[in-house]
Design a protein around this ligand. Structure first.
Ligand code: ATP
Length: 319
């Protein structure tokens, strides 16, 4: 293999730039040419492709977002769209592709691999919702952003003796809420994988009030409910007032943490090694701090599992 491509697709995540840098530098180190494809699969279809060199990934390791930009592209879900992408790869002599993104992006990578163009996936999403890897690139940064925000909300919660519901991202996964809730000592954590009954949440709030607690934090994963709906339910059930903070897109931004930069560097370099070893349709991941790879098609059929021991611990520590 002499020429490879790299793209970022789906939602952006802090650390994607560090992964791009690792792919480009590791490839050049191995005398492989690297082409950057802008705007994900949309850019592949349109031929928005540029050769990258060592300098084109300089000064990006610390930056959030993705210098290659990202997009969602419906056309790529069709045979016609995929064939257009393959035409562009042929035109540029690109023999293999590294796709940094979430599960949707990996479905695109599987399609290209099935059509004879080997792809390797790198999990880049703040949701930490990909099976076969303990962590995805961007999760740690988003987690730290959430914690910083909750710490600030806690100041006002305690000054005004209020209960706050903090709605955090994660799509259908509860990792961000669980880790943030545990790290921030939240009174209740609501995750899609383990639905807490409303009466239990209310009981915990009341118990806290009875023992003189001045404020409470409820961390709510977006996959469970919308913060305002949940506040309404608490009001209807127990006549308790809560305030709602929806953290929104600020969770996707910012300079990646050391952990995310290191993870992105390791996975980026590993993805190049896998391509050079003749592997195709694989996802590079990390499990027990060891680099691993799995078939993407297998991973797409599995659900990322959340650590329910951590959930139990959070309950025990916030009695
Ligand atoms: P995030 O988890 O951040 O949303 P994602 O990679 O799951 O990231 P999606 O929007 O689901 O984001 O997918 C990104 C892109 O991957 C889509 O816009 C589309 O171009 C491509 N894609 C998704 N599903 C398929 C599929 N079944 N076949 C081919 N391409 C697909």
């Amino acid at each position: 293999m002499k020429k490879i491509g790299v793209l970022t697709s789906g939602g952006d995540a802090p650390g994607m730039n560090a992964a791009i840098r690792a792919v480009v530098r590791k490839a050049i180190f191995n005398n492989i040419e690297v082409y950057g494809i802008k705007n994900g699969f949309q850019g592949l279809i349109e031929g928005n492709i540029e050769k990258m060199d060592i300098g084109s990934v300089g000064d990006i390791i610390q930056r959030g977002g993705t210098i290659l930009h990202s997009a969602r592209c419906k056309e790529f879900k069709t045979d016609e769209g995929q064939n257009k992408g393959i035409e562009q790869m042929k035109k540029h002599g690109i023999e293999g592709l590294i796709v940094i993104g979430g599960d949707g992006s990996f479905r695109g990578a599987v399609k290209l691999t099935e059509k004879g163009y080997p792809c390797i996936g790198i999990p880049g999403t703040i949701d930490n919702d990909i099976a076969g890897t303990d962590f995805t690139i961007g999760f740690d940064t988003a987690l730290n952003t959430v914690i910083e925000a909750i710490d600030k909300v806690r100041d006002t919660a305690s000054s005004h003796e209020r209960t706050f519901i903090i709605e955090v991202m994660g799509r259908n996964a509860g990792d961000l809420a669980l880790w943030a809730g545990l790290a921030d000592g939240a009174e209740s954590i609501l995750i899609p994988e383990k639905k807490d009954e409303l009466h239990d949440v209310v009981e915990r709030l009341k118990r806290g009030q009875e023992r003189g607690k001045k404020h409470s934090i409820i961390v709510l994963a977006e996959g469970v409910d919308n913060g305002f709906n949940y506040a309404e339910k608490i009001k209807e059930t127990a006549d308790l007032e809560t305030r709602v903070t929806v953290l929104g897109h600020l969770q996707r931004g910012g300079s990646p943490t050391a952990s995310d930069r290191v993870l992105a560097s390791r996975l980026g370099a590993e993805a190049v090694d896998l391509l050079l070893d003749g592997k195709a349709g694989k996802i590079a991941g990390i499990q027990n701090n060891q680099l691993v790879n799995h078939d993407i098609s297998e991973i797409l059929q599995k659900k990322h599992t959340i650590d329910l021991n951590m959930y139990q611990l959070s309950k025990e520590l916030s009695i």
